[in-house]
Every structure is written in C-alpha cells, then in structure tokens.
Design a protein around this ligand. Structure first.
Ligand code: DLL
Length: 433
C-alpha cells in the first residue's frame, strides 16, 4: 500500500523543484541561525543566495559525526530550545553521543515517513504491530510507534527482550507485523522452537527489520525460519531515526523519502559525488527538519542509488541494501571486506546456524580473523574430523569468494551472545601498540 502517493509517486521534475526550494530555505536558515554552519559556509565562501540549482549542493560543506559530537549537547540545535519536545541520543561506542532534538513538526515528519515505511510493508489499521525495537533513547521504538499510530494500527510497545513473553503476546494478540532487528527476529524464532512452538505457525506475516547490517542470505534464513516476508528498514538517529528508507514487497531497494531526505552517494576518499548505480558512502541533507537539520551529513553507510521508478509505481529513488559502514570495513592483509559479505557466505552453509561473530586479533604483527559460527548439537558432538572438514570447507568458500584467508571455528549452540537489539558481530582483540 502506498501511504502518500502525492510524494511517493511524484513526478521527478516536480520533486526536484520542491527539493530546491527546501534546500534554499534550509541553507538560509542555517546560515542565519547557527554559528556552526555560518562558519562552515563562510569557510567555503558560499552565501545562501548562491544556491540556485540542486547541483549547487556540491558547493556546500559536509557534516561529520565528529562535528556533531563536538557540538554535544545543544551545539547543532537550529530551533529554539523551547520548541523542542523530544530528544533521542545515540549510544556511540566512543566519545560523546550524538543528540537529535525534535520539534513538534519534526515528530510529525517522523510519523509521516514511518507511516509510509510501514504501509510499504502492507501495514493497515487492521494490523497488530508488535514493536520489539527498544523504547528509550534509541530511535527504533518510538519511531515505529509514531508511524503505526499514524496508520491507526494496533501497536504493542513490546520493546526488546523478554523473548518468551514476546512469543506469548504474539500468539495471544495475533500480531501480524513484527518490528525488530534481524538478529532479534532470529532469536525469537529460536526461542519459539525451545518453547515447543513452530515459529512458522506464529501469526506474524511481515517483519520490518533494520538498525543493523544484514545480508540477502540472512533475509532468506529469517523468512524460512519464521515463515514471514522480511523487509529492510533504514535510518539513523542523526537524520531522524528509522524511516529514512524502506523496502516494499518487491525487495528491489529501499525507497528513500527524498522530499525530506536529499541523498547523494560520494566516494569516501575523494569526496566526489558518484554516478547512479555506483557504490559509495551515503550522504544526506535533511530538507525539512527543524530541530537539528543537517547539511550533507556523511552517514558512513555504503550503498548505491537508483532513480528508476519501481514496479509498484513509486518514483522516489531507491538505495541498495546497506553493505556495511566505512568504519566497519576490515582490511586484512590488504584485502578489504565487510562483515556482511562473510555473513552472506555463512548463511549458505547447511551445517551451521545463523549466529556468528568475527574475532580480530593481531598475530606476529599481522591482523588475523577468526570466524566463529554456531553449529547444530548433532554436528558439534559428532566426530572432530567432521567438524574440521566443515571448518575447512567454509574457510575455502570465503577464500574463493572474497580472496581472504580466515580461520573458521565451529562453536556449540548458543555459544555466541544473543541481543535484543543490534548484534555485536565484530570482537576486536588487537592490541594496537
Ligand atoms: O538504528 C535507527 C533505526 C531503528 C533504523 C530501527 C532501522 C530500524 P542508530 O542507532 O543511530 O539508528 O544507528 C544508525 O545503523 O548509520 C547504519 O550503519 C545502521 N543501520 C540502520 N538501519 C540499517 C539497515 C538506527 N537497514 C546506523 N541496514 C546506520 C544496515 C543499518 N544498517
């Protein structure tokens, strides 16, 4: 279902006119109100009146996560504090966190884009949305909540965790849509099995899954295990939260809500814009945000963009499934690899379970990667020879596909920690001295 055909199926020329008007307004507002941006624009010698076409976007400076951190807590607020009605704060692993401040209009925009996202997954007012994204400072819980409420769906604010109770609620309330991270969806399936339930028979039909990287083969695994259609949702705290982009049932890319979020793909090294179809870093300018709008924000997420209309009739651009983050890319003995590429290979191995982690160590001055992946009890307690044979086969598969030599270690069921939110895939044990 298309929630807002006016904007999701808009003529591109009209969309570009709207985008340009919004961009001009944004640059003027930032220049006049925010010393941070005035300084940055002065540094590159651009005055707001010089923005005359969408191509002039290239004249504008980028914004980075470090700059947002330096501005903590209020340095990048453009609206007066008295107009702010909600904060979200990302849990950065290092340094100061990143804050997003929302005005009432920002919450309205968030509800709108999230309604579009959920409707793309087929959500109507008849649906029961079990929202197992964490409620709190993380944007997943409330973002999905606002969208489901806008549609008028029955929202269950389950939040993450208490997995057995999630399954009970799912059955008792007939939840038709599950929203959570892909790794948590798998954990729900596994817990249902432990409870003697057949996960495929649970009432959920669609999963709106995101907040972490997941490969195409992981999708197939989730769809098979839970008997659902698993769709990808993308977003980030800095921009608004979930609802920046969402797949429709054709699964041919995530529709990005371009009337609010102006996308570009750049080469992360040269910072030059890349043509349609080429893979690079996603950069987003928020066209309508009031609280904490951003110019050319470098997301660090790697994807490509496609401007052709989708089969369903949406004309807005689509980004491809996120391949990884520039800062998660591993460079091992000269080979660049994203964890999602390893995941894609692991998911095809019959003898393993979809739970893995990558352990990075430094041996004799060289980075050394061990892929730990769970196997079934039957295999784990089988002959060592069989385990070794499977480990060798997986390592060979990874080397043939990615040109990367890794150690593979099969571990027993449940050896790898489960998370109700984002899974921790990479354990970095290198001592950088
Ligand atoms: O993860 C917002 C969100 C909540 C998105 C619920 C989808 C569903 P942050 O915690 O700020 O916000 O993390 C943002 O997570 O830059 C990506 O690296 C990653 N990410 C988010 N969605 C996807 C996805 C939320 N669908 C960061 N695929 C982003 C891959 C994703 N990575």
């Amino acid at each position: 279902m298309i929630w807002n055909p006016r904007y999701e199926c808009i003529d591109r020329k009209e969309l570009e006119e709207i985008q340009l008007e919004r961009l001009k307004h944004l640059v003027k507002r930032l220049y006049e109100r925010l010393p941070f941006y005035k300084k940055k624009l002065d540094e590159v010698g651009v005055k707001p009146y010089q923005i005359k076409s969408l191509d002039d976007l290239r004249l504008l400076p980028f914004t980075t996560k470090d700059e947002l951190r330096q501005g903590y807590p209020y340095g990048l607020f453009t609206a007066p504090l008295e107009d702010i009605i909600e904060f979200h704060i990302s849990s950065g692993t290092t340094g100061k966190p990143v804050v997003d401040g929302y005005t009432r209009k920002d919450i309205d925009i968030w509800s709108e884009v999230m309604a579009r996202a959920l409707a793309s997954a087929g959500c109507t007012s008849k649906d029961v949305v079990q929202n197992a994204y964490g409620y709190g400072l993380f944007t997943g819980g409330l973002g999905v909540h606002y969208g489901a409420q806008r549609i008028g769906a029955k929202t269950i604010p389950a939040s993450g965790g208490q997995t057995r109770r999630q399954i009970m609620i799912m059955k008792d309330f007939g939840s038709t849509i599950l929203t959570c991270t892909p790794s948590y969806a798998l954990h729900i399936a596994e817990t249902a099995e432990e409870m003697g339930e057949n996960p495929v028979e649970l009432p959920v039909k669609v999963g709106v899954l995101g907040a972490e990287c997941w490969s195409e083969n992981m999708r197939q695994e989730i769809e098979k295990r839970l008997g659902i259609m698993a769709l990808d949702i993308y977003g980030l705290t800095e921009i608004i939260g979930p609802g920046v982009a969402q797949e429709c049932e054709y699964k041919e890319g995530l529709h990005i809500y371009e009337d609010h979020f102006l996308p570009e793909i750049i080469d992360p090294d040269t910072l030059e814009p890349l043509p349609e179809g080429e893979e690079g870093e996603l950069v987003i300018t928020t066209l309508t945000r009031e609280g904490t709008p951003l110019l050319r924000y470098r997301t660090r997420d790697i994807t490509s963009i496609n401007y052709s209309p989708c089969r369903y009739g949406r004309t807005i651009a689509r980004i491809s499934k996120i391949k990884g983050r520039t800062d998660d890319m591993l460079i091992i003995r000269g080979v660049n690899v994203f964890p999602s590429q390893i995941e894609n290979i692991l998911m095809k191995v019959e003898e393993t379970e979809p739970h893995y982690q990558l352990v990075l160590e430094r041996k004799k001055g060289l980075d050394d990667l061990t892929v730990e992946v769970e196997t079934t009890p039957e295999i784990f307690f089988d002959e060592i020879k069989r385990l070794e044979e499977i480990e060798k086969r997986i390592a060979k598969e990874i080397e043939e596909n990615l040109g990367l030599r890794v150690n593979v270690k099969l571990v027993e069921p449940k050896a790898i920690g489960r998370s109700a939110g984002k899974a921790k895939r990479l354990i970095d044990r290198r001592e950088l001295k």
